[in-house]
Design a binder for this molecule. Structure first.
Ligand SMILES: Cc1ncc(C[n+]2csc(CCOP(=O)(O)OP(=O)(O)O)c2C)c(N)n1
Ligand SMILES: [Mg+2]
Length: 403
């Protein structure tokens, strides 16, 4: 079994005064050199992964990174309101969503672009949210993927409620003598190290444990919550918290695609057997800024970024494919060209989207028509009409004073 630690700076920050040394195993299958190590718990869950599947995982991870780069460029060019980079977290995201069934429900936070793409959301559809054109960006029912949640941690309660409902439905069907077909549903709630300390997450974990809800709490510990380092967020690895609620917590190298796939498969099996929730803490790193509105040079050292740069999850899989499976350069070149084409098409689609109309905001307040909202909408249109009339009169008088 390989029990490893992350880069030095992270571990040093853990030796913060008052920190409790943890003996919790940090699982890893694909090491920093791209070599597969044995792990008694996780190895059986990765043993049957084929080269074709590894190539799929590589394609998904690199596509996410390429689209991510394009998202930053589009925002810098004024075409998106904001962009939330995922660079560095591709293995944690792709590795955890790939083993799910389409019928499993996913509750993301706001950085899970690779999760969304793997679920089939077209990149341009996701961009609608970041262009301010939609409050959600995609149809949650079509992809079984809830809209992004910016209110930290609140999606964990939604996920637990959904999971409780799913297992109660199944039980009711069984009791009535007509059991539901297919595997029991599993639910994943994604959140970060920062969100993990929100009150809602505590409440969600208590409920999930009490009702054996089939929910996987998947934490991407990317070491930062905007400018707050993990050492301030928690004195212990977050996976250790699960024991306090009465369920299993796994700590895995989040830059190791095989480790993440195996840990997730293990957890999903447990959920489907009705053995309650599981928590996975995937230790990874946010290589870029928190968002395009953030400048990480203000609060973290270049040295730390360089250390984690050597643990790049994509590079690790690339080395593994090349050295262990003899995948040739043509494959990597083809994938890069395909990803470029997807990014180009996404850019064209985004630029073709007309800018949002402010008046449409009123349509998203309630699902049903509401007299108060209708009155406010009419008042707004009336107000806008006033500007048009004034502009017209200015034109006719030739006394434009400018905007
Ligand atoms: C309830 C709430 N409090 C504060 C914020 C502001 N906020 C947005 S992102 C963020 C940091 C979250 O860090 P983490 O959970 O580690 O996720 P990451 O951004 O690193 O993916 C904060 C404090 C918010 N969105 N919601
Ligand atoms: Mg974080």
């Amino acid at each position: 079994m390989k029990s490893v630690e992350g880069p030095r700076s992270t571990m040093e920050s853990r030796s913060h005064a008052g920190a409790v040394p943890s003996t919790l195993t940090r699982h890893q299958l694909l090491d920093e050199q791209g070599v597969v190590a044995e792990d008694p718990l996780l190895s059986p869950y990765a043993a049957d992964i084929t080269v074709e599947e590894l190539q799929h995982l590589y394609r998904s991870m690199t596509l996410a990174r390429r689209v991510d780069e394009e998202g930053t460029s589009l925002q810098r060019q004024g075409q998106l309101v904001l962009w939330v980079p995922l660079r560095g977290q591709e293995a944690a995201q792709v590795g955890s969503v790939w083993p799910t069934h389409p019928s499993d429900r996913i509750y993301p936070s706001y950085r899970e672009h690779a999760v969304a793409f793997e679920r089939g959301v077209p990149p341009a559809e996701l961009m609608r949210y970041f262009r301010g054109l939609s409050a959600g960006g995609w149809d949650p029912e079509q992809y079984n993927l809830n809209p992004y949640t910016v209110v930290l941690g609140s999606q964990t309660l939604h996920a637990v409620g959904y999971a409780m409902g799913a297992s109660l439905d199944r039980k009711a069907a069984e009791d009535s003598g007509s059991p539901l077909d297919g595997d029991p549903e599993a639910v994943i709630a994604y959140f970060g190290d920062g969100a993990s300390t929100e009150g809602e997450v505590h409440e969600a974990m208590v409920f999930a444990a009490s009702y054996d809800a089939p929910v996987l709490f998947f934490i991407q510990n990317n070491q930062w919550a905007i400018s707050v380092p993990f050492a301030t967020q928690s004195r212990v690895p977050l996976a250790t918290r699960a024991a306090g609620y009465g369920f299993e917590g796994l700590r895995v190298d989040g830059n190791d695609i095989l480790g993440v796939v195996a840990a997730t498969r293990y957890a999903l099996e447990k959920l489907r057997r009705g053995e309650g929730p599981v928590l996975i803490e995937a230790e990874t790193y946010r290589m870029g800024a928190h968002t395009t509105a953030d400048d990480p040079t203000k609060y973290r050292e270049r040295e730390e970024e360089d250390q984690w740069g050597h643990l790049d999850p994509i590079e690790r899989l690339r080395v593994h494919l090349r050295t262990v499976h003899c995948v040739d350069q043509a494959f990597f070149d083809t994938v890069a060209a395909e990803n470029d084409a997807v990014a180009r098409q996404m850019r064209a689609d985004v630029l073709a989207m007309s800018p949002p109309e402010f008046v449409d905001r009123f349509d998203g307040v309630y699902a049903e028509p509401h007299s108060l909202v209708a009155a406010e909408r009419a008042e707004y249109l009336d107000y806008q009409a006033g500007f048009v009339a004034q502009d017209d009169s200015q034109d006719s008088d030739s006394e434009g004073v400018g905007a």
